[in-house]
Design a protein around this ligand. Structure first.
Ligand SMILES: [Zn+2]
Length: 86
């Protein structure tokens, strides 16, 4: 994978996550439900209380998952190239 492509993929993944608020188990109380608004990453519905924990979330949840996904995709591509050559 080209470095420029990898960089773009990493940037997109980082931007997908956000240290914000989301409704845990919607609907929220405002909508008549039992869900509570909690701080965390809305994209992952993960509760996070501090900015340093949010950075941990990026480093320890988001990045490994992304790398795993990319390496699976690379494997698939190289194995399909392999099949064509055979
Ligand atoms: Zn997240």
């Amino acid at each position: 994978m080209q470095k420029s492509v990898l960089l773009r993929v990493l940037q997109q993944e980082i931007r997908r996550h956000d240290f914000n608020y989301f409704v845990d188990q919607p609907p929220s109380i405002a909508q008549g439900g039992k869900g509570v608004v909690v701080p965390g990453c809305p994209a992952c519905q993960k509760r996070i209380n501090t900015m340093s924990k949010f950075l941990d979330h990026l480093a320890e949840d988001a990045m490994p998952t992304l790398i795993e996904k990319l390496s699976r995709r690379e494997n698939r591509m190289s194995s399909s190239l392999h099949e064509k050559r055979e």
